[in-house]
Design a protein around this ligand. Structure first.
Ligand code: NAG
Ligand code: NAG
Ligand code: NAG
Ligand code: NAG
Ligand code: NAG
Ligand code: NAG
Ligand code: NAG
Ligand code: NAG
Length: 553
């Protein structure tokens, strides 16, 4: 990939021209060009910067898609072979051209007009785009969903470009005991922060792709940790919305009681901008009918003084045991206090021991998956492999072991087998009720009330996702720090679990539909710290193509 170097004279002409006019200028041949300085670096470019550049005509959405495709090409199967993306959208360039023309004629539809967004491969897209939706499995290759998932349709209606499908832990990490980021179709995705490191999951490719600017941002999904954990491990902001804030219609499920779709982005502002578009009621997912009547503009939550006067509690029993993370977390608590917040430390969950010991979540997820996956498949218009239910998926994996049950690391499908063995019996309904009670009533809500808290604060890599998972409650994670250079890298088995430079995040957790407040706190913390750019991906994992390389080509 070539970087364009403007001839010195032209550069000087342009600089003068830019200083005089403030925007792009015509060169002597009459082409509209602009200097590199006027173009955002795609490693970090924010949605607002991209929108501004599109509006000013510094570049087009066709340029953006072209550049992101080239960046994917550089690192996906070549170079560091990060395997972040399973498919790119064959219609993306033509859709970008149409959106560029529409912008010229009528102006932008929304803050996401012409902005490319990557989708986790469990989020359905209409077949006419030419992409598959498979949760990473060959069992659903070529299957035809009836329509876009509602979240994809909302992005499309807002003018966003669905750039491609991100690799993931297959079936959102529900097949069995496998490394995060592996799927049969996508192979083993790895971290851009250390060669062959665990990218976390299950929204692995959504994390990797956002981390190094293979896309403006991405959507992931979470059942227990699958947005916040890869966001944390890839130095990103992730919002795990309350179950029922964003529609799951058209999303390959694990559990109707715990699944939720949310943004994975480089900044709180970008994540808030996407959440504003994808949230809302959907008759195709009745859990969304419980949300407040009006979707807020989450960008209104971005207040720099947002931690002033806020009360946060730290349930230390859930912080995990990584001393480097805890040390960074402790430092952040002092900073958060200096921003005007009161931190109650410790503020343990009332039934913390029971929460940590309970296995009811497994009962709920195993039982739900069997039913919910069959519902999803039965809604498909075509399934070339003829699978109809979980028993078929298990048989498919055995029959296609060379593609799905690959030795030595990827042979397991024990979660599938455990799920197949369930039924919606009395024990299931008891487990479901117990989880709601433990997570909501006796858990997050009781703790907020007892200590008079606005939210709960934890390192994202602790046991943070579980209370919110069983409660169906929201979390916002923001970059907190990086493993220090003196950490010894573990062996790749198949991925490196611990290594210097691996990022980790800090989480704000709250009650149902408290996203607006959590975003306020997260934004104030982010603006006071700006941790993300304190460490970059390893050099080979940083794509070189920039907008200047593609404009006018
Ligand atoms: C799905 O993937 C197959 C094989 O890679 C490809 O031929 C097809 O065009 C893709 N899209 C759809 C909608 O099936
Ligand atoms: C959604 O509908 C199903 C059946 O159609 C029903 O069992 C369930 O209680 C409803 N859930 C909510 C949250 O309304
Ligand atoms: C973090 O803070 C807690 C509470 O003040 C303290 O007990 C613990 O030793 C600290 N840990 C580290 C690693 O700094
Ligand atoms: C499920 O929850 C109930 C009620 O809290 C509890 O008694 C039981 O031990 C839990 N079951 C498991 C397997 O954790
Ligand atoms: C699926 O079923 C159709 C119709 O019975 C059959 O023609 C086709 O060969 C089957 N495909 C596979 C992969 O079994
Ligand atoms: C299937 O369920 C039964 C009854 O709950 C249990 O005894 C058995 O161990 C389970 N088998 C597997 C393979 O999980
Ligand atoms: C590793 O480096 C950190 C600072 O980056 C330091 O606090 C810590 O003591 C060092 N640990 C060891 C074992 O040298
Ligand atoms: C966009 C892209 O690089 N897709 C590739 C993802 O990985 C699979 C498996 O190696 C390839 O078949 C795709 O071409």
């Amino acid at each position: 990939m070539r970087r364009i170097r403007l001839p010195l004279l032209a550069g000087f002409f342009l600089l003068t021209c830019l200083l005089l006019l403030g925007t792009a200028c015509s060169d002597i041949d009459g082409d509209i060009i602009s200097t590199r300085a006027a173009l955002p670096d795609l490693y970090e470019a924010s949605i607002a910067e991209l929108q501004d550049g599109l509006e000013k005509g510094h570049f087009s959405s066709v340029d953006l898609v072209t550049a992101y495709f080239a960046r994917i090409e550089e690192v996906n199967l070549q170079g560091p072979t990060l395997r972040a993306v399973i498919e790119t959208n064959p219609s993306a360039l033509s859709q970008a051209a149409a959106l560029d023309a529409e912008r010229k004629a009528k102006g932008p539809r929304s803050a996401l007009h012409g902005i490319p967004i990557l989708l986790k491969d469990n989020i359905a897209t209409r077949a006419s785009d030419g992409m598959n939706t498979t949760a990473g499995s060959f069992a659903l290759l070529g299957s035809i969903p009836p329509r876009d998932a509602t979240v994809a349709a909302k992005l499309r209606a807002a003018g966003a470009i669905l750039l491609g499908k991100a690799n993931l832990s297959e079936w959102a990490h529900f097949r069995g005991n496998l490394a995060s980021g592996f799927s049969g179709r996508g192979g083993q995705a790895t971290s851009p922060y250390f060669p062959l490191a665990d990218p976390s999951g299950s929204s692995s490719g959504s994390g990797i792709g956002s981390a190094i600017g293979l896309t403006a941002a991405a959507l992931g999904s979470e059942t227990d940790g699958s947005i916040v954990s890869p966001s944390s491990r890839n130095n990103l902001v992730g919002i795990k919305p309350t179950v029922g804030l964003t529609s799951r219609a058209g999303v390959i499920p694990i559990s109707v009681h715990q699944d939720t779709v949310g943004p994975i982005a480089r900044s709180v502002a970008d994540a808030a901008s996407i959440l504003t578009v994808i949230a809302g009621r959907d008759p195709l997912d009745n859990f969304t009918l419980a949300q407040p009547p009006r979707v807020p503009n989450f960008l209104d939550a971005l207040k720099p003084n947002g931690l002033k006067g806020v009360r946060l509690g730290v349930p230390r029993l859930f912080q995990g045991n990584d001393q480097n993370i805890i040390a960074a977390f402790n430092t952040s608590i002092a900073l958060i206090k200096s921003l005007g917040a009161t931190v109650i430390d410790p503020a343990e969950f009332l039934d913390a021991e029971e929460m940590l010991a309970s296995n009811n979540e497994t009962t709920v997820l195993d039982t739900d998956f069997k039913v919910d996956i069959q519902n999803y498949i039965s809604g498909l218009l075509e399934v070339p492999t003829n699978v109809t239910d979980l028993a078929d998926l298990i048989a498919f994996n055995i029959a296609h072991a060379d593609e799905e049950l690959i030795p030595p690391f990827y042979t397991d499908q024990s979660e599938f087998i455990a799920s197949e063995n369930t039924s919606m019996n009395a024990a299931y309904f008891a487990a479901l009720a117990a989880d709601k009670d433990l997570g909501q009533t006796r858990g997050i809500d009781a703790t907020l009330k007892k200590f008079n808290l606005d939210a709960i604060l934890l390192p994202t890599d602790g046991f943070t996702s579980e209370p919110a998972a069983i409660a169906g409650y929201p979390i916002v994670t923001v970059p907190l720090g990086f493993q220090p250079d003196n950490v010894t890298a573990t062996a790749a088995n198949p991925v490196v679990e611990r290594a210097p430079g691996l990022p980790f995040g800090i989480s704000f957790m709250g009650t149902a539909f408290s996203e607006f407040d959590l975003i306020t706190y997260a934004f104030a913390y982010e603006q006071a710290t700006h941790t993300r750019l304190k460490r970059l991906a390893f050099p080979a994992a940083i794509p070189k193509t920039q907008l200047a390389d593609v404009i006018g080509k």
